[in-house]
Design a protein around this ligand. Structure first.
Ligand SMILES: [Zn+2]
Length: 495
């Protein structure tokens, strides 16, 4: 299909949207995003806004959607989404809107598009089916300033230059600063550097979203550093994908939560997000905290820390695509070598090809995940996105509704919806999204609470979910009848 044809279709959609007049969604059970109990209510949408909520009768001018048996909720806001690379090719983002996601926050983990302003302009020219906002990445500005010479602490002048670039990005539309302190470029930064760049974002009303320095044995030290950054930079903190990822810290969620509660009581504005899976997805080097990737003792310790080589599955390795889908243990067994030797071979092959193996590592425990999800300050976020190599990219939100609400009963449905809507909106400082009330923007999702479920798996991570019936973005239907409508009403937020 030609570009012009697409543009025409999109044009027709917006015209049709305006011409059809008010829409009433009738007979739904409303989860309004605040956590309040479900109640039966009709809502009217006019243009991009919700104009009425309650027990009113539709008029002859209303187009009525009968939503009996369905739950109506604010559209889900995914505060940690990696679709920045995928939107250009897939602006309809079916794996995202099929989960009920209506807004994605991009540029997490310290890595963002650059320059931010030019990139946002491209997004405005080529809008997506859903809304987006972007963080400025700490590693991104660190690389701008230090180039290839980043494997050291930064000098004061370099830190000042980074802070200036953060301010520039905030001025161009970024909504906060992200960091990925565990990852290579940022791992050489010290706390003072992170405080300085976070303070630069705070000056412009931004928040600090962080993948902390360690999610394994040193999880508690890394948490202390994160809290110190929030306190010293006077900035709200969003803890990315909260987890306890090694044997040594398994089961310690209650202690971790106590540290966070104490900080919150001291006045640190601390929220966290959590994806509903017991396995993470990253590059293979993340497994070895001391970076001694070819040292058998370091590798052996790393594998033991995550519960063994059977917990590590290769899912993306271009030099040897046949490895994909197999655990390190299986690959070692087939090759007749030890898992440690197999690991080192994969590192060497990757280095020779200028790449790194992407792995799934099953290293979180269910009691810890449950404990985190039951905290009122923990929201749902995917850490996924378009083309994710992890099922969280297509399954996160329906998985929480299907497994954690309906099957395991860890959460009541209205509370789960709050964690997907008004709680992320609170962190973003948005009052007209993430809630159903007259005057709010009509980002909406209708789902069947009896059938909603994720279907994405580690081998088929793109399989779309079931039970999300209809999704509206800015008052326009983008998902209906199990597929995208083709409309692309998404905006760059918050402007
Ligand atoms: Zn991360």
């Amino acid at each position: 299909m030609s570009w012009i044809r697409i543009a025409l279709l999109v044009g027709c959609w917006s015209v049709a949207g305006a011409a059809t007049g008010p829409v009433v969604i009738a007979n739904a059970q409303l989860a309004d995003g605040t956590g309040a109990a479900l109640r039966k209510a009709n809502i009217r949408v006019e243009g991009d806004r919700i104009t009425a909520v309650g027990q009113f009768a539709p008029t002859a001018a209303d187009h009525v959607i009968d939503a009996a048996g369905l739950v109506l909720a604010p559209g889900f806001i995914d505060i940690h989404n990696h679709s920045d690379g995928g939107l250009e090719k897939q602006p309809l983002a079916p794996t995202q809107i099929s989960q009920g996601i209506t807004t994605i926050i991009l540029g997490p983990d310290g890595s963002s598009p650059w320059p931010v302003g030019a990139w946002l302009e491209q997004r405005r020219r080529n809008p997506a089916s859903l809304n987006l906002a972007v963080m400025v990445g700490h590693a991104t500005v660190r690389e701008q300033v230090m180039g290839a010479d980043y494997k050291r602490t930064a000098r004061p002048a370099e830190i000042a230059a980074m802070a200036k670039l953060v301010e520039q990005a905030m001025g161009e539309g970024a909504i906060g600063l992200s960091s990925g302190v565990e990852y290579d470029v940022a791992s050489y930064s010290n706390t003072d550097e992170l405080v300085a760049v976070a303070a630069a974002a705070a000056k412009h009303g931004g928040f600090y979203m962080t993948h902390i320095r360690d999610e394994a044995d040193k999880s508690f030290e890394a948490l202390d550093e994160e809290i110190a950054i929030g306190e010293r930079a006077h900035i709200p903190v969003e803890h990315s994908h909260i987890k306890l990822g090694t044997v040594k810290v398994w089961g310690r969620a209650p202690a971790y939560i106590r540290v966070i509660e104490a900080a919150r009581q001291r006045g640190v504005d601390f929220l966290a997000d959590c994806y509903p899976y017991n396995a993470w997805n990253s590059n293979i080097k993340v497994l070895v905290p001391d970076k001694q990737y070819e040292n058998p003792a370091s590798v052996a310790r790393a594998l033991a820390d995550v519960g063994g080589a059977n917990h590590v599955t290769i899912v993306g390795f271009t030099p040897e695509p046949s490895y994909n889908g197999h655990t390190l243990e299986d690959l070692a067994h087939s090759a007749g070598v030890s898992p440690v030797e197999m690991f080192i071979q994969i590192i060497r092959k990757g280095d020779a090809a200028g790449t790194e193996a992407i792995v799934i590592c099953q290293s979180m425990t269910e009691p810890d995940i449950k404990a985190f999800y039951q905290q009122p300050w923990v929201m749902v976020a995917s850490d996924g996105g378009i083309d994710a190599q992890h099922p969280r990219g297509a399954g996160t939100f329906p998985r929480v509704l299907g497994q954690y609400v309906r099957e395991k009963k860890w959460l009541e449905l209205p509370e789960a919806v709050r964690k997907m809507t008004s709680l992320p909106a609170k962190r973003l400082g948005w009052t007209d999204r993430g809630i159903v009330r007259p005057g709010a923007i009509a980002d909406l999702v209708l789902f069947n609470p009896k059938t909603v479920r994720d279907r994405a798996t580690f081998l088929h991570p793109e399989t779309v979910s079931e039970g999300i019936e209809t999704v509206f973005v800015n008052g326009v239907q983008v998902w209906s009848g199990g597929k995208p409508t083709g409309a692309r009403p998404g905006r760059v937020l918050p402007k």
